[in-house]
Every structure is written in C-alpha cells, then in structure tokens.
Design a binder for this molecule. Structure first.
Ligand SMILES: [Zn+2]
Length: 231
C-alpha cells in the first residue's frame, strides 16, 4: 500500500515506518536547518519551512528575509503557517501579517503551502480570497472546520488533510466532516503523533470505501498537492 503522510514534524516518528512520503514542516526559525538536514538524509521526506502562528510573537526580527533566502536556496514548500485564534492572547493582526507574507512567498516562488487554522475560518477565507490560493498547491492540515467551510476551501482548490489524532479521538464533528469531503481534495496525516495506516483504515470505514482505495486516492492527491517538490 502506498502511504502519503501529508503533515508531520520533527522529531519525525515515521523514520523506519512503511510510509513512503512524509511532509515534514518547520514551525519556527530554530528548526528550519534541522528540517533541511533531515530531508537531505532521507529521500522520502518533503521539507517545508515556515513560521507557525504560535511562534509569530517570539520570532526574531528579520525572519522574513531569512525564510525567503532559505526557500530560494532549497527546494522546499512554505509552512506551517496560518491563523490560530484559540488563545485569548493571540495577536491576530501579527498572525495575519505573517500569514499574508508567507502566502506571498508561496506565490512568488511557486511553492505549495501548509496551513494551520484554528477558530479562524472566516479570516482564513478572507485572506485566501484577498491573496489568492498559491497555484503550486495548498492544504489546510488537521482540518477541524465545518462541512460548509470544507466545501468553500475545496472550491478554491485547497486540499483538506485530516489528522490521525482527530479521527481517532472520536471528535464526532471531524468524523462527520470527513464523511462529506469529496475525495478529490482529501489528504491524511499523522501530525507526527499517530499511525497513518490506522488513520486510513478508520477514514475508509467512515467513508464506506476500501482501505486500499483510500490509500491510493490520498497518495495521488498528495502527489498533486506537492507536485512542485516531487522528483
Ligand atoms: Zn503541524
């Protein structure tokens, strides 16, 4: 079975697993070089570099220029970036500015982008509409929004990735949304803390399809979403 893990992090627990492609995302400047070194040592790793909304407030000045330079020097995607308004203290304008900037990098450099979105669906859609969805590919990881938001994102060409943890924790809302998502833009992920084969089995059962078929489908979708970074 071909297995595509659309989103994970360091430490990469997929090393030695049967998963053939793992998208490993940096989240802040301190892990960018480690993600690049990891990808250089394992051809099954697709590297992504970005500033996660949780780390916007503590990013060192000038991070934008250093991210830009690394993206130009290496074949990597953009992310994880996005909006997370779950915490009351979240500096929303700063998050939005950092997200916009990374969307623009994805556009300018023709790279796919990995998006984190929590309790920020309205603003996410606003920003994607204003900046445009990067044509090289975009996914929202660990999707937890409504079926309506899922449909709107898919109409914009955005892939939706469901995490093993969310599917397994019987959060019925996520399971419900998974049932409604068209297979054309569906992806699955471990988020560095889950079993991809188990997640595919669970998702296949929820959707009433064969595990092998869903594995093949998410494999093809992964290759489409990250086509700019494939050999
Ligand atoms: Zn993540």
């Amino acid at each position: 079975m071909l297995l595509f893990d659309a989103h994970c992090h360091l430490p990469d627990t997929g090393t030695g697993s049967p998963v053939q492609i793992r998208v490993v995302c940096g989240t802040r400047e301190a892990d960018w070089e480690a993600v690049l070194a990891h990808a250089a040592s394992d051809s099954r790793v697709v590297p992504m570099l970005g500033l996660h909304p949780w780390f916007v407030a503590t990013a060192a000045p000038g991070w934008e220029a250093r991210l830009d330079a690394l993206l130009r020097a290496h074949r990597t995607g953009v992310g994880e970036c996005g909006l997370d308004f779950a915490r009351e203290a979240a500096d929303r304008p700063a998050q939005e500015q950092a997200f916009r900037l990374q969307l623009r990098l994805a556009h300018a450099l023709q790279r796919p982008v990995a998006i984190h979105a929590v309790r920020a669906w309205g603003r996410l859609l606003d920003l994607l509409q204003e900046e445009g969805v990067p044509p090289a590919g975009a996914l929202v990881h660990a999707f937890s929004g409504s079926p309506e938001t899922a449909a709107t994102l898919q109409a914009l060409g955005v892939f939706l990735s469901f995490s093993a943890g969310d599917l397994g924790s019987a959060r019925s809302k996520v399971q419900e949304t998974l049932r409604t998502v068209p297979s054309s833009h569906l992806l699955l992920e471990t988020d560095a803390d889950g079993d991809l084969e188990q997640a595919i089995g669970l998702a296949a059962a929820l959707r009433g399809v064969a595990t092998e078929d869903l594995a093949a489908r998410t494999w093809k979708n992964g290759l489409r979403c990250f086509k700019e970074l494939m050999a």
